[in-house]
Design a protein around this ligand. Structure first.
Ligand code: ZN
Length: 464
């Protein structure tokens, strides 16, 4: 007897032994997985006696994907910052656009982003930069309603710069330290741990926007509350000059100096690092969120993931944001991660498809401190599961579910999504919110934000 029984198909468990079960089955009771095994065996106990039986023959069943780096407020400005490197990308496009958001825009963008993530198999995410302007309360409510698992990282800042002196954050996004800290604490008290699905972290802005004293205060407070910290680091080469000039340090050395390395820290990008810095990340158990689409699109360079994994750094995968990717499809991101490492290492086996799947599942769970609960299909873990339909021309013949998933599959192949034991998407229909209403709202509000800012989309051909 189970609440949900899924039978047939290829089960990629990512469990301790990394078992792949052909013609497998799993049973779910409440929000937990209670049985995993061969269909033949589990059928006897569950087939006739479960409330919901899902036929997964011709499907791949796997743990839900974990997007380790997301900006939900950027979904609604997708396509609005093209052909520029990081600093003008921020200064001339993303900051002015986001600096013109209202709280309702922030919530709408978050809903749009979450619908997109769900429809491409993401069940858990780490948001890396909410500010008061986006209305964090409304975003937490939207997360509660849609039924995903999410960690909401909130910005803290106390000076208005970014790296190079001339890059001043848009006035619409500048906040005081007191306001940022107060909201993190308020959100923590109200939402952290709610339903075991919603969590609140610190997401300090990068050096130039945060003083050393404030970084140290954040580190101490995070330790006291037992919560995580996520921060962008060494994304663009220009960052190196800034760290050298201001602090006479390399970026990871700087993090060490302010006490911000450790198992509760997820550093984002970490492209421009030396072998010594990689060793320091491994030694301190600091996690890295790799975002290959963003790194490639902005011409930033590419994180040395193969080397990091070899050295024992825990690396997860992220889609980053609407104007830097420009989508939130983790299935696509897995392919780009694999291709990128083969290219920069000049070696097609620099990173395996199995390692990429680990990055998108169990490594992400570990980075969030949730690997005892999610990230794999194992008895006792929470039921965050996706079912992928492979009866499609681009996935047949199903000779290798592992490499097919990384190199051939698409986010749109995800058919059903279960989070915390609840079916949130069934046969591509989201059951918790109205997708149509969210699309209509985001289409309208997205155009309004762009009009308010006066920034035009770049299209090189004449539009009549
Ligand atoms: Zn980012």
């Amino acid at each position: 007897m189970a609440d949900i029984y899924i039978r047939g198909g290829w089960f990629i468990t990512v469990d301790k032994n990394r078992r792949i079960i052909r013609d497998g089955a799993i049973a779910i009771e409440g929000n937990r997985i209670v049985a995993v095994g061969k269909r033949e065996k589990l059928d006897r106990e569950y087939k006739e006696y479960s409330d919901i039986v899902i036929d997964a023959s011709r499907k791949i069943v796997m743990p839900g994907l974990i997007d380790l780096h997301v900006h939900m407020a950027q979904a609604m400005i997708r396509g609005m910052a093209q052909y520029v490197k990081l600093i003008p990308w921020l200064k001339d496009y993303v900051w002015p656009l986001q600096g013109n958001y209202t709280k309702e825009d922030g919530k709408t963008s978050a809903l749009l982003c979450m619908v997109e993530m769900l429809k491409s198999g993401t069940t858990t995410f780490l948001e890396a930069g909410l500010s008061g302007r986006y209305g964090m309360e409304g975003i937490a409510e939207a997360l509660e309603q849609i039924g995903m698992r999410g960690v909401l990282g909130r910005h803290v800042m106390d000076t208005p710069g970014y790296a190079l002196e001339k890059s001043i954050i848009h006035s619409g996004l500048i906040e005081t330290k007191e306001y940022g800290m107060k909201e993190v604490l308020h959100m923590y008290q109200k939402w952290h741990g709610k339903h075991g699905r919603i969590f609140v972290w610190f997401a300090p802005r990068t050096p130039g926007a945060v003083t050393i004293e404030t970084y140290r205060e954040i580190v101490a407070k995070a330790k006291e509350l037992k919560i995580g910290i996520t921060m962008h680091l060494a994304e663009a080469k220009e960052d190196l000059g800034y760290f050298k000039k201001e602090f006479r340090m390399r970026p990871v050395e700087f993090c060490n100096y302010i006490g911000m390395l450790g198992s509760n820290v997820v550093l984002i990008h970490v492209v421009w690092v030396t072998d010594e810095e990689i060793k320091l990340l491994a030694k301190t158990g600091t996690h890295v969120a790799h975002n290959p689409s963003c790194n490639m699109k902005l011409g930033s360079g590419l994180t040395p993931v193969a080397k990091m994994l070899r050295e024992g750094v825990n690396v997860g995968l992220g889609c980053d944001g609407g104007p830097s990717n420009d989508n939130y499809d983790m299935v696509e991101e897995m392919k780009i991660a694999a291709l990128g490492q083969a290219l920069i290492n000049g070696d097609p086996k620099a990173i395996t498809a199995e390692q990429v799947i680990e990055m998108a599942t169990i490594n992400g769970a570990k980075a969030l401190g949730l690997d005892r609960e999610i990230g794999s299909i194992e008895v006792g873990k929470k039921a965050d599961i996706i079912i992928i339909d492979y009866w499609k021309p681009h996935l047949i013949p199903m000779l290798n579910p592992v490499t097919h998933l990384v190199y051939a599959a698409q986010g749109q192949d995800v058919e059903t999504v279960i989070i915390d034991g609840k079916i949130v998407m069934e046969n591509r229909k989201i059951l918790t919110v109205s997708e149509e209403k969210i699309l209509e709202k985001a289409e309208k509000r997205g155009h309004e934000v762009v009009e308010r800012t006066g920034i035009k989309p770049i299209i090189h051909w004449p539009v009549e």
